[in-house]
Design a binder for this molecule. Structure first.
Ligand code: BJ8
Length: 423
């Protein structure tokens, strides 16, 4: 019996169903990650976190709850985690990237809903994810229609709070987002019983900026000719960044980067010379969605960057750290969390395409793959402009639509393989 069974039982999880997930994950992890040659040794920490992803961190969260802290889960990188930490809460990601949870979501949602939303609801209603049992508050947002309506259904079973994100980036939208962040602070103060002060918010901003800086340091290695770490490993680290303790995570990423510094001096690369460099753009890849990286990196490509929420969008643009009063700090958060995230829910969203072009050059990519999770209408539609502008810039690009199943794996291998070959 798994050593975590007692904890999962106390969380009223469906143990029999959850055991099925526990059986398949190690195999998938071994196939995608442990099969790689010449991995950095300091990946050990991230391997261990993943191997016990429903054990160690949930146990820490439960311990913190016993000491009076609240756990706040969110689904989108527009929701500022700094305010949670500033209220002495703990922020955790809740995005779900496995087909395992999709049928549970389909019991409540139309089939024509993106797998990310279906999996998120399935994880809660099927009682097969500890994070979805532990969170004291679930924070949704009004980014896309699918999410907006799904939160109403989730609210039947979970304590929900919704942030209303503007869909444009005019001055009045920034003011509105500032107000939304203030309302969120009120909610967190009420939930935790703690006051968010200019001091506590400043400390949280610095802590999360440090995490982003460590990740930027990691991502910078991917810009080099000799890339010392695979796209798969970098994706895994990014996915873990939403769940792990931020201070420990930052330290572990920096330790890994120290090892990568040595690799750079010794010209070590995990890819053969001539491997084609791919930049991804599109919908997020939540843990344990490793499918595309695996296909690309076992078919002649190296993923050197992701213009995704599980990628560069999350790590770039630290919040202004200048000390100020609470209003100024909230304004700085609003600037960063509205201004520099280019989700397809915005109109117009030309800055996303400017970013793709900038990153293509910065990361020395050879081609761009625009990924769309099936039934995500906003990214699918925006693909029109992505492909048009990249064509004008003579940047090779291919659009891919997929879901969490492996049914299209062979077809994707063929299409992606052919794309890489022509680069
Ligand atoms: S900022 S990308 S994390 S909303 S894939 S659920 S958009 S139908 S995830 Fe997202 Fe925030 Fe935007 Fe990023 Fe809807 Fe599309 Fe599904 Fe999506």
């Amino acid at each position: 019996m798994d050593k975590n069974h007692k904890m999962w039982d106390d969380l009223s999880m469906d143990l029999d169903k959850h055991d099925l997930l526990c059986e398949v994950l190690p195999q998938a992890f071994g196939d995608v990650f442990l099969s790689q040659e010449n991995r950095p040794e300091k990946m050990d920490y991230f391997n261990a976190v993943t191997a016990d992803i429903h054990g160690v961190r949930p146990a820490e969260l439960i311990e913190a709850q016993k000491n009076g802290q609240k756990v706040i889960g969110s689904f989108c990188i527009h929701v500022p985690e700094e305010v949670v930490w500033a209220a002495n809460g703990i922020s955790t990601g809740l995005c779900s990237g496995s087909q395992f949870w999709v049928p549970g979501g389909e019991k409540k949602l139309p089939t024509a809903t993106c797998p990310l939303i279906k999996a998120s609801l399935g994880a809660r209603f099927d009682r097969t994810c500890p994070f979805f049992r532990i969170a004291d508050l679930f924070v949704g947002e009004t980014t896309c229609d699918g999410k907006k309506k799904a939160w109403e259904i989730l609210a039947e079973d979970a304590p929900m709070y919704i942030m209303d994100i503007p869909q444009m980036k005019r001055d009045e939208d920034f003011q509105k987002w500032e107000k939304e962040i203030k309302l969120y602070i009120d909610k967190l103060e009420e939930l935790t019983g703690n006051k968010v002060t200019a001091e506590s918010l400043h400390d949280a901003i610095v802590m999360i900026n440090n995490k982003r800086r460590a990740m930027q340091r990691l991502y910078d290695f991917r810009k080099l000719d000799n890339v010392p770490i695979s796209g798969r490993d970098t994706l895994l680290i990014t996915q873990i960044s939403f769940f792990d303790d931020p201070v420990r995570f930052t330290q572990k990423v920096n330790e890994l980067c120290d090892e990568l510094d040595k690799r750079v001096k010794e010209n070590v690369s995990v890819f053969k010379k001539g491997t084609k460099r791919i930049l991804l753009t599109g919908t997020p890849l939540s843990i344990p969605n490793w499918k595309l990286h695996q296909i690309i990196e076992t078919n002649g490509g190296a993923v050197v960057g992701e213009e995704l929420c599980t990628g560069i969008r999350y790590i770039e643009n630290p919040v202004d750290e200048t000390k100020g009063d609470l209003d100024t700090e909230v304004k700085n958060l609003a600037q960063r969390y509205l201004g520099s995230i280019n989700c397809a829910c915005f109109t117009p969203n030309t800055s996303r395409i400017d970013d793709i072009i900038r990153l293509y050059h910065e990361y020395n990519a050879d081609g761009v793959i625009d990924i769309n999770l099936k039934f995500c209408n906003i990214y699918d539609t925006e693909g029109y402009f992505v492909e048009k502008r990249l064509k004008e810039e003579n940047i090779p690009c291919i659009g891919i639509e997929t879901d969490y199943t492996d049914e299209d794996a062979e077809q994707l291998k063929t299409r992606i393989g052919a794309f890489i070959e022509m680069l």
